[in-house]
Design a protein around this ligand. Structure first.
Ligand code: NAP
Length: 255
């Protein structure tokens, strides 16, 4: 008799978007460490920053894919290539995201459209393409990257906050519609995590001190903190979890 599910993904296939760096990269490595084969979604297939080599060293099957999530044609082609290569996709991590900061009164239409296209439209249509396979397989796990910014208002991040709130709600909509296909859909909502994306801000001592004053656990997150939660939700341990957004925020949003 076992009393804990294994976090074992041997034989599973995971597609991670925006995988070249930061949280996406960590998710690829975490899922591979748990035994999954990895379809690596890259905005530019020629710039994987050594990730493909690192994954190969873990002894799993690795397929780099050209996948700009703002381009539906690239989504459909990449998902098709992954399906041809692996025969299935069990796990999708919708990680690709951008957060151009600006005052509401200065936001450009270009930044507005790009943020919606990558964060929301990309998440929707990548899920749609992979979901069609998952429906046929009668199995799937989708994990979306939301943010604490979907739950609280961050100054100069209005459009980003809006997309992340949208992702958490979209997560519930997908979970409700696809539960009958045995597809679990969840999100994770991190606080500030040390990645190339947040580096310029966290390098500012005043900004970092302000962030730390709001994270009750008084520490900035690491990509492994998010990747471990993603692996948990992708594993049998997450069998009965769907439609949820797991806060990984050190307590920022609870007070
Ligand atoms: P990051 O360091 O800025 O990396 C983002 C990755 O997404 C990069 O690899 C980038 O590709 C890729 N990307 C950008 N546009 C893309 C597109 N159109 N198609 C495909 N990939 C694209 O970001 P991060 O900090 O790791 O964040 C990852 C996710 O977590 C995002 O959704 C973010 O909103 C969310 N998040 C992050 C934090 C945090 O504090 N870090 C907190 C909450 C939520 P290139 O490398 O080729 O440019």
């Amino acid at each position: 008799m076992k009393y804990i599910h294994d976090i074992n993904l041997k034989g599973k296939v995971a597609l991670v978007t925006g995988a070249a760096r930061g949280i996406g990269r960590a998710c690829c490595l975490a899922l591979a460490e748990a035994g999954a084969n990895i379809a690596v979604g890259l905005r530019d297939i020629h710039s994987d920053s050594g990730l493909i080599d690192e994954l190969n060293q873990l002894g799993v099957d690795v397929l780099p894919l050209q996948l700009d999530v703002s381009d539906k044609k690239q989504i459909d082609e990449a998902v098709g290539q992954a399906a041809d290569h692996f025969g299935k996709i069990d796990i999708l991590v919708n990680n690709a995201g951008i957060a151009p900061a600006n005052l509401i009164e200065d936001y450009t239409e270009e930044d507005f459209d790009n943020t919606i296209d990558i964060n929301l439209k990309g998440t929707f249509f990548t899920s749609q393409a992979v979901g069609k396979l998952m429906i046929k397989q009668k199995y799937g796990r989708i994990i979306n990257l939301s943010s604490q910014a979907g739950f609280i208002a961050l100054a100069e991040e209005s459009v980003y906050c809006m997309t992340k709130a949208g992702i958490s709600h979209l997560t519930k909509c997908f979970a409700a519609e696809w539960a009958k296909h045995n597809i679990n859909v969840n999100a994770v909502a991190p606080t500030f995590i040390e990645t190339p994306g947040t580096e310029p801000w966290l390098n500012d001592p005043e900004f970092k001190a302000n962030v730390l004053s709001k994270i009750l656990l008084n520490k900035i997150g690491k990509p492994i903190d998010v990747a471990s939660a993603v692996a948990y939700l992708a594993s049998p341990a997450g069998d009965l979890i769907t439609g949820s957004t797991m806060m990984i925020d050190g307590g920022w949003t609870i007070v």
